[in-house]
Design a protein around this ligand. Structure first.
Ligand SMILES: Cc1ncc(C[n+]2csc(CCOP(=O)(O)OP(=O)(O)O)c2C)c(N)n1
Ligand code: SF4
Ligand SMILES: [Mg+2]
Length: 350
């Protein structure tokens, strides 16, 4: 059941370039537990899409199953949506994207949804470089089914019931980097200042953009000894750099000393500005991102920020040279061009 917000809002609410208020990007009232990290991520998505002035009808939200996968109901009510089967969001996203590349795809998943039942689907959507933002709301447990450890729970992490996880975790950011992901970031649901520019950059990236967001489950995995608890993440969070997202045609205004700042220009002309960079890390070098993640893991830190971006990324449609036209607008004549066109194709293959 969904509860809808009252429609009344102050008449002077700020509007974006399309004339929409933030209210027009909100969703139904959340039924998640009060304090759940997933709600903060939904709020960050609302703010980012509003500030980027993306028309809600241009967005398609896709998810699997879990508390995390319920969240598309709680943001962007005026967008398209498909709540799919556990772990199967990537194949639904692939089908939708291939049928219509003009939409902006937001995939939402959980650590259980992506790192266990959906691991195969996750791997293939990464290596195909599907043009979408893929957000993992990572709480280290299966929240919806009462808090069992998930495959991203750290070895030694203690559950609320007191048991200690004995298995090595799957680090989705490292896996994605190894599979050729062209945009990889990690963030924390409690750090909106970092998360909003990362979401904006991910939405502007041409290709697969993963944001693994540590998102504490207050009901089942927020206890002392859990490495996905609010306190633990706040105490152990290390950041690769401070992130600013500057949309195309907007002036870069922040001033930082030489060597402290670096701009990565995206395919559409917008710029990701990174400030106070870690010296040993290059955001455009896959191996340095993998090394930084491995070293942080050794130290028990949670490395956040933009980890890697490939500015010349070729998304799936470019690789397979598919039509620019959404399939629903192709006419019968274009879809069935007749026997002479078939003959030409056959001859070209002889
Ligand atoms: C095919 C199938 N297997 C198992 C389940 C039961 N199930 C529902 S949600 C879930 C795990 C959810 O964990 P996660 O993806 O981490 O989401 P969270 O609730 O933690 O946000 C499971 C195992 C299911 N719905 N469908
Ligand atoms: S059970 Fe955990 S993940 Fe699910 S809504 Fe509650 S706090 Fe969030
Ligand atoms: Mg989970």
């Amino acid at each position: 059941m969904s509860y809808f917000r009252p429609g009344f809002r102050h008449p002077e609410l700020p509007k974006n370039d399309l004339g929409y208020t933030k209210q027009q990007y909100e969703g139904a009232i959340s039924t998640l537990c009060a304090g759940c990290g997933h709600d903060s991520i939904s709020a960050a998505i609302v703010q980012s899409v509003f500030e980027l002035s993306i028309a809600p009808h241009q967005v398609a939200k896709l998810s699997g199953i879990g508390c995390s996968s319920k969240t598309p109901t709680y943001f962007l009510s005026n967008s398209h949506g498909f709540n799919s089967v556990h772990g199967r969001m990537p194949s639904v996203a692939t089908g939708a994207n291939l049928a219509n590349r003009d939409m902006i795809y937001i995939g939402v998943s959980g650590d259980g949804d992506s790192a266990s039942i959906g691991m195969g689907q996750f791997a293939h959507v990464v290596r195909r470089n599907l043009n979408m933002m893929y957000v993992v709301m990572n709480n280290g447990c299966y929240g919806l089914t009462k808090g069992q450890d998930s495959a991203t729970a750290d070895v030694g992490s203690r559950s609320k019931a007191g048991s200690v996880n004995r298995f090595e975790p799957i680090d989705l950011a490292s896996v994605a980097l190894q599979l050729g992901a062209t945009f990889v970031a990690r963030s924390f649901s409690g750090d909106k200042e970092q998360l909003v520019p990362l979401i904006k950059a991910a939405l502007s990236h041409s290709g697969f953009a993963l944001i693994d967001v540590v998102s504490p489950c207050v009901t089942f995995n927020n206890n002392p000894g859990s490495t996905k608890a609010y306190d633990y993440v706040r105490q152990h969070m290390q950041t690769t750099s401070l992130v600013d997202f500057v949309p195309m045609a907007e002036e870069i205004t922040t001033a930082y000393g030489e060597g402290e700042s670096r701009g990565v220009t995206m395919h559409d002309g917008s710029v990701i500005q990174l400030h106070k960079l870690r010296t040993e890390w290059n955001p455009e070098d896959r191996q340095s991102a993998l090394n930084a993640l491995a070293e942080s893991r050794e130290r028990g830190e949670v490395l956040t920020g933009l980890l890697y971006v490939e500015r010349d990324s070729r998304e799936l449609h470019e690789t397979i040279n598919s039509t620019r036209t959404p399939l629903r607008t192709l006419t019968e004549k274009e879809l069935c061009p007749g026997s002479s066109a078939l003959e030409t194709i056959n001859n070209s293959l002889r």
